[in-house]
Design a protein around this ligand. Structure first.
Ligand code: NAD
Length: 266
């Protein structure tokens, strides 16, 4: 299927690794020019080089090493040499998730950091780009959030709270005037995907329980109807489809790729 988005420009946050990499890679393979953002310059340069080599000059792949949660970081994205300024057709918002813990230990600073990264940063990115998309008659915004929005996990209080705030905001904006101008805004809620972040979580469980990594992995995958973790490639493919011309009637949705883990009918 031709997704019909070749030649568009996409901004992808957290793109050096994991789910962001999966999205950047899937979009570039569909002919989309991508600006990849990540904090660590070294990992980002390696990922930019990898994607350039995989796409062999068919698309432009640019990298911006910055903290996307800061105004300076976002300014660096808008002004990157060879980039589209703020005229992105596709924006995939994504940054690291907040730490786990007992809510009694989270102080104001921890909350502000989580809200900044997982709610206000996506809103700032949307604010900078959505009106341009609407004026040009096409736009796709995907927010990578978490299955914790739908099925909250107690130790993920910062994530549950901050991401739910974003979800509520997006639900309103997606149904506003921009919807009639070809702009869709959807959230992708990952369940358990095999990335560095998941590896760190598993390692935490190894230390806490004294079990081996294999035991911890097997115990977790056993709870997932698909009996495995997801991988960044399949996550990226979902993202690319939602960004396609064919997905123009999917708007304001929370899509949950989790191998069937969420037990509800809806
Ligand atoms: P990851 O650790 O594999 O990759 C994170 C990427 O984000 C890296 O490229 C890193 O450089 C970048 N990044 C982090 N903070 C940044 C910042 N402030 N500015 C710019 N770049 C930044 O993580 P992942 O597993 O791909 O997760 C992506 C998002 O999805 C996270 O918010 C995570 O909490 C959420 N999530 C992941 C899972 C999962 O199973 N992997 C499940 C639920 C939610």
């Amino acid at each position: 299927m031709d997704l019909g988005i070749a030649g568009k420009w996409a901004l992808v946050g957290g793109a050096s690794k994991g789910l962001g990499w999966g999205c950047a890679s899937a979009l570039a393979h569909e002919g989309v020019n991508v600006v990849m953002v990540a904090r660590g310059a070294e990992a980002l340069e390696a990922s930019v080089a990898r994607l350039r080599s995989q796409t062999a000059g068919r698309v432009q792949v640019l990298g911006v090493a910055c903290d996307i949660t800061t105004a300076e970081g976002r300014e660096a994205i808008w002004s990157v040499q060879g980039g589209p300024g703020k005229d992105f057709d596709i924006v995939v918002t994504n940054a690291g998730g907040p730490p786990t813990g007992d809510f009694r230990d989270f102080d104001r600073e921890a909350w502000i950091k989580a809200v900044d990264a997982n709610m206000l940063t996506p809103i700032e990115l949307i604010k900078a780009t959505v009106d341009g998309m609407a004026a040009r008659g096409f736009g796709r915004i995907i927010n990578i959030t978490s299955s914790a929005v739908k099925a909250p996990i107690d130790i993920l209080g910062l994530s549950n709270g901050a991401r739910s705030g974003l979800t509520g905001f997006v639900a309103g904006l997606a149904r506003s005037g921009v919807a009639a101008k070809g702009v869709t805004i959807n959230n992708l809620l990952p369940g358990k995907f095999d990335t560095d972040r998941l590896a760190a979580t598993l390692q935490g469980a190894v230390q806490k329980t004294g079990k081996s990594l294999d035991e911890v992995r097997n115990a977790q995958t056993a709870q997932i109807p698909a009996k495995r973790f997801g991988n960044p490639e399949e996550f990226g493919a979902i993202c690319a489809f939602l960004c396609s011309q064919h997905a123009g009637y999917i708007n304001g949705q929370n899509i949950l790729p989790d191998g069937g883990l969420y037990p509800g009918t809806f």
